[in-house]
Design a protein around this ligand. Structure first.
Ligand SMILES: [Zn+2]
Length: 640
């Protein structure tokens, strides 16, 4: 049976339901519960401290299985910090300060713009987190408003709640000896969280809703900019599959693709389960009996295995009865059932990856070596074998996790939380946690949301995105598409600033801030590294004639390779010295004089040939429209 691809899916028919949870960092002057700067640091760390990960019990006395597993393995966390972006609050050595009211007001503003009903009293709650991303073992969160709605096209999308929460520490790596590293600079940054009801019915609609919410957040003027400042969680379900939560989609543009991929993944997993059942593969046959096949690889040409054996590690193998061919089955482009098994092995066994017979011989493992393994594990023709080279305890945990994933393949789509990859695919993150575990944060007193405060905020709400769209379309005479792109970009305000101070045509500025920057980014240019002041300078140069708009991309590319250099140096180095109108006229007159014969023969139709000759001299130094105007005039005069 063929794998399902996206174009074949009728989302209505399969009953897709999607809910979005959008997290956006707020651009406040301090963190949520202390006075530290809400910024990331890139330098060396000044402070590190090591803590052991502890499983926390929920109110009902349940211990999260993943946390307990890691606790048993003795996983430790190395926290890294510097003094500008963290203090004793982030280290959990000092109680949190009262809520940052600047952040509260920003969230109330967004809530009112979405027609939500603010709560009378804000209560800060603790939500258990188990992966070490909070030094306290919980995340502080508070509901600010409920029951909002926004209009997206013809449809009303209910907003279940608008909350304010603290961001978590960011993972920076793994070390030998079961140590995970986190930087706590991000911990405590204020985040607004907006959750829609699960009423979204297609990938396209999911994208539209995500953008609509993103526009409102930007309109508050309090949304932080740049990659990593907005993260979407997606709840995706289809009746035949299961409800999957995908965490951390970092770009709004990726939302539709992430939804498409998840549907495709679930449909293909369902197909695989049906086929396995048809082949009479049974759960009970997938045993966790592992075989030590280290001997087979004594003389191996496989580098990974040889390295492991040099470290006195072992190669363990697991037989998966009836699974031959299924591990290489694509769930998504370049993403197979074997990929999902490898993810599980990495998570539970902390191994680098797995080998399996569906992709063998490869990686230096020979057909003879595979034959020997088959004999040892007593595999039949229709079976698959997975093997791992690592420390025996890690390899064992990894293969147990693979066996578990294989059993789940018989049931269809396993219940789990998945993390978004930058290409729209996802990877296993952890088992699905139970219901949200929340209890009150007793260190912070509740805050009244008074009528006066709401009236004050309500009296100067920012213009709504649809109003802004209307205004910028009319004021700057942009076409609808471009105006929308500007609204959806991070540069709405910058656009208005540049147009105002440079006087360059709004369309030129808008095209640059949307299409040109996007194209450069696609080509691998780090456009995020350019500051607003650099962009403004570029347009000041354009308006004063020191740079042609046709040369912007070249200048940006040059500057991205010469970070410490100035715009003027870029122009000098590229030879983009703008020429005066007098020089332009001289070039044009010379072209006319040199081509008298051509002009006599062809008359006005010699224009395009002449234009080509002229632009050879003037490319990057003059606006072609200007040259064309002058040429037209002079050609006319010559012909008369
Ligand atoms: Zn602090």
């Amino acid at each position: 049976m063929e794998a399902t691809t996206m174009s074949e899916v009728d989302y209505e028919e399969i009953g897709l339901k999607v809910g979005l949870e959008i997290h956006q960092q707020l651009d406040t002057s301090a963190k949520l519960f202390c006075k530290c700067k809400p910024e990331l640091f890139k330098e060396e760390t000044e402070i590190t401290f090591l803590r052991r990960l502890r499983p926390t019990q929920s109110e009902l006395g349940q211990i999260d299985s993943a946390a307990y597993f890691e606790f048993q393995k003795g996983v430790k966390i190395r926290y890294e910090a510097n003094s500008e972006t963290s203090c004793l609050v982030e280290m959990d050595e000092e109680p949190p300060h009262p809520l940052n009211m600047e952040a509260v007001e920003a969230v109330l503003t967004a809530a009112l713009m979405m027609g939500s009903e603010p709560v009378d009293e804000i209560h800060v709650m603790r939500k258990t987190v188990i992966d070490g991303s909070n030094t306290t073992g919980f995340q502080r969160t508070s509901v600010i408003a409920l029951n909002g709605k926004i209009q997206v096209g013809q449809k009303t999308i209910p907003m279940e709640h608008v909350s304010l929460e603290e961001d978590a520490a960011r993972k920076t790596g793994d070390e030998e000896g079961n140590i995970i590293r986190y930087r706590i600079d991000r911990l405590g940054m204020p985040l607004i969280e907006i959750a829609t009801a699960p009423v979204i019915k297609s990938p396209k609609e999911a994208g539209e809703v995500a953008f609509a919410i993103g526009r409102i957040l930007r309109a508050t003027g309090k949304a932080k900019r740049g990659l990593g400042t907005i993260r979407q969680d997606l709840n995706i379900s289809i009746p035949k599959g299961t409800l999957i939560e995908i965490k951390g989609v970092q770009e709004l543009e990726l939302v539709p693709l992430a939804v498409e991929y998840e549907v495709q993944r679930q449909l293909n997993l369902i197909k695989i389960s049906e086929e396995l059942k048809k082949k009479a593969v049974r759960k009970e046959e997938i045993e966790e009996e592992l075989s030590d096949v280290t001997e087979v690889f004594k003389q191996t040409g496989c580098k990974v295995i040889r390295k492991a054996l040099e470290k006195k590690q072992q190669v363990l193998a697991l037989k998966l009865p009836g699974f031959k061919g299924f591990l290489k089955r694509e769930l998504l482009p370049n993403f197979r059932l074997g990929t999902e098994m490898a993810d599980r092995a990495r998570f539970w066994g902390r191994v680098g990856g797995i080998f399996h017979t569906d992709e063998m011989p490869a990686y230096g493992v020979t057909a003879e070596e595979i034959e020997e393994i088959k004999k040892i594990v007593k595999a039949e023709e229709q079976d698959a074998i997975v093997f791992v080279a690592d420390r025996p305890d890690n390899a064992k945990d990894a293969l147990k996790a693979v066996a578990e994933r294989a059993r789940e393949a018989l049931e269809g789509v396993p219940q789990e939380t998945r993390a978004a990859n930058p290409d729209g695919t996802t990877k296993y993150m952890r088992p699905r946690p139970g219901a949200a575990r929340m209890y009150p944060e007793t260190d912070i007193p509740p805050i009244q949301v008074t009528e006066d405060r709401l009236r004050e905020i309500g009296s100067h709400l920012p213009e709504l995105p649809e109003q802004k769209l209307e205004r910028i379309t009319a004021k700057f005479k942009l076409n609808q598409k471009l105006a929308k792109q500007i609204l959806d970009s991070e540069h709405g305000e910058l656009f208005e600033t540049i147009v105002k101070e440079s006087g360059v045509s709004p369309t030129t500025v808008a095209v640059f801030l949307t299409e040109t920057l996007k194209a450069l980014k696609r080509d691998g240019i780090q456009v995020e590294a350019f500051s607003e002041s650099q962009m403004r300078e570029i347009f000041k140069y354009i308006s004063s004639g020191k740079l042609m708009k046709e040369s912007i991309s070249d200048v940006i590319i040059w500057l991205s390779k010469n970070e410490d250099k100035s715009l003027q140096e870029a122009i000098n180095s590229l030879g983009f010295k703008a020429v005066s109108e007098h020089e332009v006229e001289t070039v044009i007159e010379k072209a006319i004089a040199d081509n008298r014969k051509l002009i006599q023969e062809r008359g006005e139709s010699s224009f395009s040939i002449l234009m080509g000759i002229i632009m050879k001299d003037l490319r990057g130094k003059i606006d072609p429209a200007q040259a064309s105007g002058i040429l037209k005039e002079k050609l006319k005069a010559t012909l008369q």
